[in-house]
Design a protein around this ligand. Structure first.
Ligand code: KG4
Ligand code: ZN
Length: 357
């Protein structure tokens, strides 16, 4: 560090300025030594996209451009640091919406280039997983991780910092996507996950038996499109027959089936690998039924469960700062040719990233 902008920072501190713009949140954060969040600023575009019932990619990119400078300035101010104090810039470069990712990547490159700072590209899902390190200081890999977000559903082994093995993934819809689509179908609107969660509390989870999908030969893979279609069929059938639909019962029964699909696979992995720790990550990790069922199952299977506070479950830049810190410590640096990688796989790196300057 070059100056002492924040009275409590010391020379050896590693301060990451982190940027996240992969979907509909423009976010920046300052993270100290990988575990301490000095600031976490999020500008949500939910109001904008609610008008259209979902995220409109072109509008998301434009809004990111409008907001990003202001969000970064706020993150630095809230952390009481200046760019002089920053050790490295971390940015989400995939997966996500290409236009949205490009805004964050271009901004991070510009700051790093102008300030001669190292640049670290971060995988968005790695960020979600690393969100668990913020509040659980004792947590260290190896552990299992159930990643459940709007775009991804993965069962992963985090073997070490920056080292992942994917055990299973969704074959179609992500868990959050299924929550959002079902919410729309039952008239709850966007974003659906939190609304289903709330309404389900008033309903009977056993009212309707929705099906569970199992993929032959791939016990850890998920499929949510069959469950979503079953809910749509149920609603259409009820409408044709002129039957009353109890919104809360549909929400509770759907949520119960989705949670059961997630918990059963997670526990199968806990048993197979003798895991002593498992973490939840991603927006759906906010879900109260998922947390409750995972707590109960983990107790029965002798495994400790961790999950982040809601603000660190949904998209934020603090989690990107944590992941960037561990990548930085592992010597990972991005080149100036870092590009948005909308379909980036977990554990996959752009060739330039391994190159030390
Ligand atoms: O991780 P995230 O912010 O964005 C992605 O990376 O996709 O996750 C957003 C997803 C949305 O699908 C949203 O409906 C879902 O997380 N979500 C929830 C809850 N809160 C957010 N799903 C179920 N229950 C919740 N309480
Ligand atoms: Zn996310």
């Amino acid at each position: 560090m070059k100056t002492d902008g924040n009275a409590s920072t010391v020379k050896e501190d590693v301060l990451i300025l982190a940027i996240e713009s992969s979907c509909d949140e423009t976010a920046a954060a300052v993270v100290r030594n990988g575990r301490e969040v000095l600031s976490n600023v999020i500008s949500s575009q939910i109001d904008l996209h609610t008008l259209y019932g979902g995220v409109v990619p072109e509008l998301a990119s434009r809004k990111h451009i409008e907001k990003i400078d202001q969000v970064i300035a706020e993150a630095l101010a809230e952390a009481s640091v200046s760019l002089e104090d920053i050790t490295a810039v971390g940015v989400t470069y995939g997966p996500g919406l290409v236009g949205a990712l490009l805004v964050g990547v271009a901004e991070a490159k510009a700051i790093a280039f102008a300030r001669r700072l190292p640049l670290v590209g971060v995988h968005h899902i790695e960020g979600h997983i690393c969100a668990n390190f913020i509040e659980h200081k004792e947590l260290k890999p190896p552990f299992l991780c159930l990643v459940v977000s709007g775009g991804h559903t993965h069962l992963v082994k985090m073997e070490d910092y920056g080292k992942f093995e994917i055990l299973g993934r969704t074959r179609d819809d992500a868990a959050g996507e299924a929550f959002d689509k079902v919410a729309r179908a039952v008239g709850l609107g966007y974003p659906g996950g939190p609304k289903i969660d709330r309404v389900a509390k008033e309903g009977n989870p056993q009212a309707i038996a929705f099906p569970q999908a199992h993929i032959d030969g791939c016990p850890y893979d998920f499929s949510f499109s069959g469950l979503k279609s079953a809910v749509l069929n149920y609603l259409n059938h009820a409408q044709m027959m002129g039957q009353e639909v109890k919104q809360a019962d549909v929400a509770a029964s759907f949520q119960s089936a989705a949670v059961e699909a997630l918990v059963s696979r997670a526990m199968m992995a806990v048993d197979e690998f003798g895991a002593k720790q498992i973490v939840l990550a991603g927006g759906v990790a906010c879900n109260s039924a998922l947390r409750r069922e995972m707590e109960a199952a983990c107790l029965a299977h002798g495994c400790r469960l961790y999950y982040p506070s809601p603000v660190f479950c949904t998209d934020n830049a603090a989690m990107i700062g944590v992941a960037a810190y561990y990548e930085y410590q592992n010597g990972v640096r991005a080149g100036w040719d870092l590009n948005a990688a909308p379909n980036l796989k977990l554990g996959e790196r752009q060739p330039t990233e391994e190159k030390l300057r």
